[in-house]
Design a protein around this ligand. Structure first.
Ligand code: NAD
Ligand code: ZN
Length: 353
């Protein structure tokens, strides 16, 4: 089979590989559409997870099942499915402890294009098919379905980690596709005021649709100063971090009211330490929590998030700004994500209807 792979850090291309084997609890799937992620860019060009040789890239797609193992109960060849970016081992101790995304070790629920071949391929392998796949609702198109692999679950997880409550004032730092889904999730959770940090017009427009009420540009000086000015010096109840670097944490702590919570889903690709400002952290006694997490995968979550889109409560279509037809355009879509033109949110490659 053909797959688009990272050959080494900074180099990629199409390669031939053997079709993956299906274990008793597994499925082999064929993508119907794939989306490119910022993490593919971190992996390939920045070497963020270390060097990988001939590893097929990609972890965002929807698919058709072509083969299942003999112990798989709920899926069969021909089923159209949502595929989460994170595919935990559900019988692991970490999953039993409530942290399935770390099954087998820290972040080890992230398998596609990390520990094994990803989804930019004619066929790909899914472990624990009953635990990880979900049927694709009939009224969700294949492009929108790709947003359910990673963008929706990650953006929403940031909202869970920040523990957004009715009436909260919430700051969302970074409004790329993940941050936009954090804005949408924050709005659904009943926040009163949503202050979004970002500048690109296409993202600002989308953030307004998803419920952002105020905007701050990190290019206009420290975020915390602008946020304190906008809130009469009080600050915000919660912060979701979905962009920026290690320096955003100090800003976020300074923006928070006592008792506030930070939910981080941003991938910190560089820097050794995160600075927590002593005084603004209440000299150690401010009850300001910092939670950071990898998105949870799993069938239940996929079914629930799919149901939100299917029921018309969440419109993910504004995210897919660039849609291509056919594998021939995959490389172009990937390079587009690296180069991030101003009008881009997500590139998607459609392979079937
Ligand atoms: P993105 O690069 O499209 O969006 C990030 C946005 O943050 C950009 O628009 C950028 O301009 C903005 N930004 C940069 N510096 C900033 C600053 N100082 N303050 C505020 N905004 C700033 O990426 P994305 O696809 O939206 O993903 C966001 C992050 O989430 C990435 O780091 C990605 O790797 C990570 N991620 C995490 C998980 C997870 O499970 N936790 C899953 C997927 C992606
Ligand atoms: Zn992704």
């Amino acid at each position: 089979m053909k797959g688009y792979a990272m050959l080494k850090i900074g180099e990629s291309g199409w390669i031939e590989k053997e079709r993956p084997k299906c274990g008793p609890m597994d499925a082999i799937c064929r993508p119907l559409a794939v989306a490119i992620c910022t993490s593919d860019v971190h992996t390939l060009w920045e070497g963020a997870i270390g060097d990988r040789h001939n590893m097929i890239l990609g972890h965002e797609c929807c698919a058709e099942v072509v083969e299942v193992g003999e112990l798989v109960k709920d899926f069969k060849p021909g089923d159209r499915v949502l595929v989460p970016a994170i595919t935990p081992d559900w019988n692991s101790l970490e999953a039993q402890a409530g942290y399935s995304m770390h099954s087998g070790g820290m972040l080890a629920g992230w398998k596609f294009s990390n520990f094994k071949d990803g989804v930019f391929s004619e066929f790909f392998h899914v472990n624990d098919a009953d635990g990880n796949l979900a049927l694709l609702p009939k009224n969700i198109n294949v492009v929108d379905a790709c947003m359910l692999s990673d963008m929706v679950p990650t953006g929403f997880h940031g909202v869970e980690l920040a523990d957004v409550q009715f009436g909260d004032t919430v700051l969302v730092i970074g409004i790329g596709p993940v941050g936009l889904m954090s804005v949408a999730g924050t709005n659904m959770r009943g926040a009163s005021r949503i202050i979004a940090v970002g500048t690109r017009p296409v993202c600002v427009e989308a953030a307004k649709k998803y419920g952002a009420t105020d905007f701050v540009s990190y290019k206009n000086g420290p975020i915390f100063q602008q946020v304190l000015d906008m809130t009469d010096g009080k600050g915000v109840d919660k912060v979701v971090i979905a962009g920026g670097g290690v320096e955003t944490f100090a800003e976020a702590v300074k923006c928070l009211k006592p008792g506030g919570k930070i939910g981080n889903v941003n991938y910190l690709g560089s820097g050794d330490n995160i600075d927590i400002p002593r005084v603004e952290w209440g000299v150690g006694m401010g009850h300001k929590q910092i939670n950071g997490g990898l998105m949870p995968g799993g069938r239940l979550r996929m079914e629930k998030l799919g149901a939100l889109v299917s029921a018309g409560k969440l419109d993910v279509s504004p995210l897919s700004t660039h849609v291509f037809d056919g594998w021939d355009h995959l490389e172009e879509a990937l390079f587009l994500m690296r180069d991030k033109p101003k009008d881009l949110i997500k590139p998607v490659v459609k392979l079937a209807d």
